[in-house]
Design a protein around this ligand. Structure first.
Ligand code: FAD
Length: 560
């Protein structure tokens, strides 16, 4: 595999014309980019309301996240009864999940089933990437150029490109010299990777690293884990659904749906009012113990509401979690390196794990703490790290390298596409100091374009299908409204998006999340403006806001 982020994009061999040709077909109402949860849901809703729509997807099948992330151990962290579509009662009744947290193949099967069941595939072009899209002021339509050379004309452009779909490998020196094979967790070979008898290195201990590490350790001759930041993680306590549990979900889906649509995180968790510091220590301890026993990040998601705003309150929970993590690791030096101390609990995405910390008790697993012994370079035999002694280095010999190094989150996949709006305005230029949106759904100067889970919406701070559903429905209703009123063009204004962006930023400033470096803040990408990219007011509140905007004849938008 080639080195560098450019190697992460799917490439195609079709010739590209020097200049975009005229569209071959009459305009379609809506072009949707991406066929994950967002794109499939959007397509369903558009077809159902009689719009013509086409979806373009880079992968060779539908599924998005669950198509690309095929690494061993990849599974959902949202409980199964909330991580799905709710638009069809028949679908809800027919589909049986197997586990509390389903694994990647199961979610991929589900999304493939959705595409087949609702006959969506004939509107989807697979293995095709949208390279550029430009708005034509004269015709009021979008022209999108695909990597096949085809140009698609559409009245509306809807991006369903995902928040975590642009994988990144940091620019480590010497990676091109490495003789072994290497893979990013989000571009995993469909044939799998055989680790048997191999010396394997995993770089990164975020959510994907925490899932993949225990699985590779079971197979590899030796596993070396390179850790830059020790991470908090909660035990998933995953298990097969018990007999009757699926039937209980099916009987309560209406109530579950109503609950998650109103909830802060789009899940069946609700923070407790008041401060963690206002209750006696033993009450706090009892709650933390009970939450820990339940698994998931219950302690954080259903804990006191100031856990993410007050450092002292947060420390009560963080200390508890650290003490639990410490119990799971035998070796004192390894334990010391694995204990997260440089950020408050929950300020980076909280992963769920299965035997992650226990994996470091295995004889075939070594932890390399990159804060103590940083990477110097990659070399033909593996990874050379400093030892802490001046001018001394050590090579960790490896056959296979796995990068669990994450994504250019939220804005990355949008800015990958060369999007130009009204008057030739470039989205990349417009957002060079950070994204500006109204509701995370639209940006001024880009008429008739909607961004599902765009920056400034709850997106990654939620159970994402709930947030996606809000956007799918809102866009659908907006297009119906326009059709009913004979409108051809919708846009927001610079003032409106400025107000929303300031509001999003102010909400974030009230929390501890802006105090640390994380992909939520864009800090993992060199040169990316450091800004909290999501709306922290909660999915329920956000739903009320966007419904209110629609009810006031799309307040903040103008039509033409
Ligand atoms: C490993 C992992 C675990 C996760 N676990 C959870 C979880 O437990 N709970 C949760 O709520 N969320 C989770 N997420 C977030 C997850 O991304 C969302 O839940 C959801 O799948 C997003 O759906 P989407 O359709 O918006 O985006 P995606 O699923 O990312 O789909 C976007 C699609 O757009 C395509 N695309 C992008 N650009 C172009 C282009 N220019 N041309 C053509 N196609 C393009 C991509 O190929 C991709 O298939 C996880 C993410 C990852 C990576």
């Amino acid at each position: 595999m080639e080195a560098g982020p450019s190697a992460m994009t799917t490439t195609h061999t079709s010739a590209r014309p020097d200049a975009p040709a005229a569209p071959a077909e009459p305009p379609v109402d809506v072009l949707v980019i991406g066929a994950g949860f967002s794109g499939l849901g959007m397509l369903y809703h558009l077809l159902e309301r009689g719009f013509s729509a086409r979806v373009v997807e880079a992968g060779d099948d539908v599924g998005g996240t669950w198509y690309w992330n095929r690494y061993p151990g990849c599974r959902c962290d949202s409980p199964t009864e909330v991580y799905q579509f709710f638009f069809s009662k028949e679908l809800l009744q027919d589909w049986d999940w197997t586990h509390v947290y389903p694994a990647q193949p199961e979610i991929l099967s589900y999304l493939r089933h959705v595409a087949d069941r609702f006959d969506l595939r004939r509107h989807i072009s697979l293995e095709t990437r949208v390279r550029s899209a430009s708005f034509n002021d004269a015709t009021g339509t979008w022209r999108s150029t695909l990597d096949t050379g085809e140009v698609v004309e559409s009245r509306f452009l809807v991006t369903a490109v995902g928040c975590l779909s642009d994988p990144q490998v940091p620019a480590y020196p010497g990676l091109e010299n490495f003789r072994g094979e290497w893979h990013h967790t989000s571009r995993w070979p469909h044939s799998g990777v055989d680790f048997t008898g191999k010396r394997v290195g995993v770089i990164g201990t975020g959510s994907s690293g925490i899932q993949v590490i225990p699985e590779i350790a079971k197979e590899a001759a030796h596993l070396t884990v390179f850790q830059r930041t020790a991470n908090f993680s909660f035990p998933a306590r995953n298990r097969p659904l018990r007999p009757g549990e699926m039937e209980e979900f099916k009987a309560s889906y209406d109530a579950i749906h109503a609950e998650i649509r109103a909830a802060k995180l789009g899940q069946r968790f609700a923070p407790m009012p008041g401060s963690a510091l206002a209750v006696p220590a033993e009450v706090r301890q009892r709650f933390y113990e009970e939450s820990w026993a339940r698994g998931n990040a219950v302690l954080l998601f259903s804990g006191w509401e100031d856990l993410l705003t007050n450092e002292e309150a947060n420390a009560t929970a963080a200390d508890f979690v650290r003490s639990k993590i410490a119990e799971r690791i035998d070796d004192p030096e390894t334990r010391d390196s694995l204990l997260p101390r440089n950020h408050p609990l929950g300020t980076k995405r909280p992963p769920l794990d299965t035997e992650y910390f226990e994996t470091f008790n295995r004889d075939n697993v070594t932890l390399v703490d990159l804060r103590r012994t940083p990477i110097e370079e990659f070399c033909d035999g593996g990874v050379r790290v400093q030892t802490g002694v001046p001018d001394e280095s050590q090579v960790h010999e490896l056959d296979v390298l796995v990068f669990a190094t994450g994504f250019d989150a939220i804005t990355g996949p949008l800015l990958e596409i060369d999007i130009t709006g009204s008057g030739g305005m470039s989205l990349r230029e417009k957002w060079q100091d950070g994204p500006l949106t109204y509701l995370g759904l639209a940006t001024a100067g880009f008429p008739n374009m909607f961004t599902i889970t765009g920056p400034g919406s709850p997106a990654v701070i939620s159970n994402m299908p709930t947030a996606i559903e809000q956007h799918n429905e809102w866009i659908r209703d907006c297009l119906v409204y326009m059709r009913d009123h004979g409108y051809q063009r919708i846009e927001t204004s610079a003032t409106t998006e400025e107000e929303w962006t300031v509001h999003v930023s102010e909400l974030a400033q009230e929390t501890l999340l802006v105090k640390v470096d994380s992909w939520y803040m864009g800090s993992n990408i060199p040169g990316k403006p450091r800004r909290f990219l999501s709306y922290l007011g909660g999915v329920g509140t956000y739903g009320d806001v966007i419904t209110g905007v629609a009810a006031k004849d799309y307040d903040g938008f103008t039509f033409g």
